[in-house]
Design a protein around this ligand. Structure first.
Ligand code: PMP
Length: 440
């Protein structure tokens, strides 16, 4: 058991996306993690129902990752990323390329998901310019999309709370497709809902409005996670793909949460059978152990840069692009994915996982349960005038009862490490059911 920190110990850290004053009045402190469990400062085990922040698909303290990172830090702790390389960065890129089945030919490293999104948007604009299409600068995102917190990602993102403070400082020339969430038509679905494919046609409307010659790219999350598990209607992503292809607009998938097995396939593009031109990843790329993001591009994107004049092809990059420790964690993670049958395991428990979630139907306040792969969204009716209060209460109680859930508004999002077993699924949903039965 660790000595609890005092109020003054807590004051200097300005916590991200946190109600700081609330938190510091009654802190929740994690001190260690192993496998499927965290441990708090009072020594309680807490079942990780969210894979940290969607970023620990292989479970915590994976010995192969621990030793790979330890070895890397003792061998090459840092290497400049501009005009110099180190072997692991090239090895990881090649392995990642193979992990896409060779469909994507190059990988650009970043330090986070937000950086990956901004990088993808910049690559899209630079791609068009390099081909003489310099007027193609408009970007299209989607309502309720989350693409991180950089100015690019915020601008294409569709969350009012993230945008309102920054208003006119956001990128100009950005439109948003409507989101696809529809409780009246699609409540209590397993997999892709039936209704809403036509919403992709809104893209045609924007093309008519602006002309395709001014539009660079469309960016969407294949499954939106942070805004409450929004699953694309059947055929929706393919229709977006078709419209983009028809008009020479690049399609970008933000796979920061869906990449690395969340749907039981390496990437969501494999699950849906729809290939974007560019996609972003982060999180599971290193099992959350070292921060890293990566942008994957198709050969035609990369070729456009390599056919230009000699010299630096893309004026963009980060001090920590391809950090040796992150590369070591990434390589070890891929080894585990490939050698330990992680996707096979996830697919073998996915149905049990989804059924366990749907068994909560009928409990008080539950107005929707939606599931796909190893993701569950449980939507609760909001208390009038207090959106988010009910789910936040569930989150607090869950933590006290030894399960970690994530809430966004009044939606509970669950996305456990893929190594979860049936006994953990029983523990998670058993405890959650007991909490839902007694929520105000
Ligand atoms: N895109 C998506 C789809 C995400 O879910 C997130 C993070 N939850 C991000 C981008 C931003 O990633 P990061 O927090 O690593 O910057």
């Amino acid at each position: 058991m660790n000595k609890p920190l005092s109020a003054s110990d807590l004051s200097a850290y300005w916590m991200p996306y946190t109600a700081n004053r609330n938190f510091k009045a009654s802190p929740r402190m994690l001190v260690s993690a192993e496998g499927m469990y965290y441990r708090d400062d009072a020594g309680n085990a807490i079942l990780d129902g969210t894979a940290g922040l969607w970023c620990v698909p292989l479970g915590h303290a994976q010995p192969k990752i621990v030793s790979a990172v330890q070895k890397a830090v003792a061998t090459l702790d840092y290497a400049p990323s501009f005009q110099l390389g180190h072997p692991m960065a090239f090895e990881l890129a090649e392995r990642l390329k193979q992990y896409t089945g060779g469909r994507y030919s190059q990988v650009f490293y970043t330090g986070s998901g937000s950086e990956a999104v901004d990088t993808a948007l910049k690559i899209a604009l630079a791609y068009h310019r390099s081909r003489g299409d310099a007027t193609r600068t408009r970007l299209i995102g989607r309502e309720r999309g989350y693409h991180g917190v950089g100015f690019g990602g915020m601008s294409v993102g569709g969350i009012g709370g993230n945008r309102k403070t920054f208003n006119s400082a956001l990128l100009q020339g950005v439109d948003h497709l409507p989101h696809t969430h529809n409780l009246e038509k699609n409540a209590f679905t397993k997999g892709e809902p039936e209704y809403g494919t036509h919403l992709a046609d809104e893209l045609e409307r924007l093309v008519t409005l602006h002309d395709a010659s001014n539009i660079a790219a469309v960016i969407v999350e294949p499954v939106a996670g942070s805004t409450g598990v929004l699953i694309p209607p059947k055929g929706y992503l393919q229709r977006l793909r078709d419209i983009c292809t028809k008009h020479g607009i690049l399609l970008i998938f933000d796979e920061v949460i869906t990449g690395f097995g969340r749907l039981g396939t390496p990437f969501a593009s494999d699950y849906f059978g729809v290939d974007p031109d560019i996609f972003t990843t982060a999180k599971g790329l290193t099992n959350g152990v070292v921060p890293m993001g990566a942008v994957f591009v198709k050969p035609h994107i990369h070729d456009a840069f390599m056919n230009g004049p000699d010299g630096i092809e893309l004026f963009h990059g980060y001090t920590y692009s391809g950090h040796p420790l992150a590369c070591a964690a990434g390589l070890a993670s891929l080894d585990i994915f490939e050698q330990d049958g992680i996707l096979e395991h996830a697919n073998s428990v996915a149905d049990y996982w989804q059924e366990a979630a749907h068994s909560l139907r009928g409990l008080p306040h539950v107005i929707d349960i939606r599931t796909i792969g190893m993701i569950v969204g449980i939507e609760l009716a909001s208390i009038p005038g207090k959106v988010g209060a009910r789910a936040y209460d569930a989150f607090r109680r869950a933590f006290n009862d030894g399960i970690l859930i994530r809430v966004t508004g009044d939606i509970i999002a669950l996305s456990p490490p893929l190594v979860i077993e049936k006994k953990h699924i029983d523990e998670l949903f058993g405890k959650l059911a007991a909490i839902l039965k007694t929520l105000d």
